[in-house]
Write a protein that binds this ligand. Structure first.
Ligand code: ASP
Length: 590
């Protein structure tokens, strides 16, 4: 029997192949039986080509064609012909042509599908993930997975050109302090002991700098056993980098270069460099977030002093308790009653604050509000000093509470307003560096400090201060359109400083020795100044691919509860395996 060999991809058939014999291979996307003519849309990863079978010509073709159903895998040989003008399909690349089939072979059959491939988007996600290979046959999914490949390729190409070495670090590792729970792997050979899957290659990459590797990168798998949160995956990918003898600017330049290369190679679009840089303090006070979406304005204004002497008791008492009053002014938009009440409901259900106060400034420059009568007569003039824009009509949204809480609430309200008022341009990529993060965060419940970034980050200010909350870290994040794309820091390379940080973080000498003794020792054996950054690859592909779900950019993702419905992981294991590991499971799930 003649063995057919693919000569062209379905989506690549063009006028150069007109009247030539070719062989295509792929899946049956659609089949239409018109009696004497059968049309088949054959699909592969490049696109679709229409096959036409004239059943009057060959009994053998009729027999094969009648058996064919959706998603059968075929090999088809024939002559590329031009379609009649009225039959041209402008929606596909190959729409002017069809393949007049002379030889057809079924390579694989398909049972009835659990769902129609092109309707997968509307199918329950669990079912899609159970049959992920069917889901991945969709063009949209092919495009996203191929985008991911292209981005990784552009990154490798760029970092290679800058003399970075791609170095793999172990997955069977020891707990690293990125702040999440570890995935543990029991050791058979070292009874009773466990490896931890790395939350990031953080310590290894620092030790690679101690090894003199100078510039490292890795497309690294990271594992964090966190509770359910949308768009988190227990295993995810980082573009992990580290460099020696550098400053913050060097890391920023390299990272910007990566983005530039991605945009040039994938979109053929120049990217305006350098990206804006703002301190954490500035972005938090203007946007109530450390990852602001700067595609639109609506900055938060501090109006605490404006309300200090008003009769509005609830604002006054917040201020007297050390709280703050913040406002967002929306100019020239006449909010309807129902718009305002929707925003009040949004605040009630989504923001952890007592309430949302609105003041409407009308054309006649008067204030309409439930609290208007409590405001002093010169209030509008005073207001204009704080927010000059209020000379125009518009609405002010006011929230008061402890500073952090009030500003976070205003930040979320700002995003809601941006969406509701259509202020966000979906086609813009707005990059921003946020620098000078606080070094420590106080945890009121545990009465101890945590490192805002991680304990290996170098401080920017002196630690000889009573007010450790004000110490800035040599840490920086890169943000795009309100999403954190990645972050990093200049590291500590001196063991005394490292020990001091451990002490501030409440890590005892003994614990530090047990967990990080090897690092402290390395810091005494010639450790170069160094720093680095990690970019979240999955988030980056989501951004570039315009999708809201992290599961769309990973070939085989887990569900939100950490399950793979296709392979049924996690799963029970044989009793024998457990015995070998000396492990007893208390409650066994069947
Ligand atoms: N290891 C850090 C993280 O995973 C990134 C870095 O500091 O380079 O967030």
């Amino acid at each position: 029997m003649q063995v057919l060999k693919r000569s062209v991809y379905c989506g690549l058939v063009d006028k150069n192949l007109l009247n030539k014999e070719i062989t295509l291979m792929g899946w049956v996307n659609k089949r239409r039986d018109l009696g004497n003519l059968i049309f088949i849309d054959l699909r592969d990863n490049t696109g679709i080509m229409q096959l036409v079978l004239n059943t009057e010509k060959s009994q053998e073709l009729i027999n094969i064609a009648q058996e064919i159903r959706q998603e059968f895998v075929l090999a088809a040989t024939g002559i590329v012909t031009k379609r009649a003008p009225e039959a041209v399909n402008s929606k596909i690349n190959t729409g002017e042509f069809e393949l007049t089939v002379t030889n057809l072979k079924i390579l694989s059959k398909s049972k009835a599908l659990p769902f129609q491939i092109d309707e997968a988007e509307n199918v329950d996600e669990e079912l899609r993930l159970k049959y992920r290979y069917l889901d991945l046959r969709r063009k949209r999914m092919h495009d996203l997975i191929s985008l991911r490949h292209k981005v990784i390729f552009a990154i490798r190409e760029f970092l290679n050109s800058k003399n970075f070495l791609e170095i793999e670090t172990p997955l069977l590792s020891k707990s690293t302090p990125e702040g999440a729970r570890d995935f543990l792997v029991p050791s058979r050979l070292q009874e009773g002991k466990f490896y931890a899957l790395p939350q990031s290659p953080q310590i290894y990459k620092q030790l690679l700098m101690a090894s003199g590797m100078d510039k490292y990168f890795q497309i690294a798998k990271c594992f964090r056993d966190e509770d359910f949160r949308a768009n988190r995956q227990p295993e995810f990918t980082q573009i992990d980098m580290e460099m020696s003898f550098i400053e913050q600017d060097d890391i920023i330049n390299i990272t910007e270069g990566i983005f530039k290369n991605i945009f040039e190679k994938i979109y053929n679009k120049p990217l305006n460099l350098p990206f804006a840089r703002r301190s954490y303090q500035e972005v938090f006070s203007k946007f109530g977030s450390d990852k602001p979406d700067c595609r639109f304005g609506l900055e938060i204004q501090d109006v605490t002093n404006l309300f200090e002497h008003t009769e509005l008791k609830f604002l006054k008492s917040t201020i007297e308790d050390g709280g703050k009053v913040g406002a967002i002014f929306v100019k020239n938009h006449d909010f309807s009653r129902s718009e305002i009440s929707n925003l009040e409901n949004f605040a009630k259900t989504n923001l952890k604050v007592a309430g949302l106060l609105t003041l409407k400034i009308t054309d006649s420059k008067t204030i309409e509000s439930s609290v208007a009568k409590f405001l002093p007569t010169n209030f509008i003039l005073e207001l204009q000093k704080f927010i000059p824009d209020t000379k125009s009509p518009g609405t002010i949204f006011i929230i008061s509470d402890k500073f952090k809480n009030a500003w976070e609430a205003l930040g979320r309200l700002r995003l809601e307003l941006g969406k509701k008022l259509n202020l966000i341009n979906d086609n813009e990529f707005n990059f921003l560096w946020v620098t000078d993060f606080p070094m420590f965060e106080w945890n009121e419940e545990e009465k101890r400090f945590y490192a805002t970034h991680h304990p290996f980050t170098a401080p920017k200010d002196s630690l000889d201060t009573k007010n450790l909350e004000n110490v800035r870290a040599h840490a920086y994040d890169i943000v795009c359109n309100g999403e954190e794309m990645g972050g990093g820091s200049i590291r500590i390379h001196d063991s005394q400083m490292q020990s001091k940080i451990f002490e501030i973080l409440g890590i005892s000498k003994k614990e530090a020795e047990y967990k990080f003794g090897f690092l402290l020792e390395a810091q005494e054996l010639g450790f170069p100044p160094h720093g680095g950054l990690a970019l979240g690859l999955d988030r980056l592909i989501m951004l570039l691919g315009h999708t809201d779900s992290i599961r769309d950019v990973i070939a085989f993702p887990k569900t939100q509860s950490g399950i793979c419905p296709m392979m049924q992981t996690p799963s029970s294991v044989d009793e024998k395996q457990l015995q070998e590991l000396n492990i007893k499971v208390n409650k066994k799930q069947v």
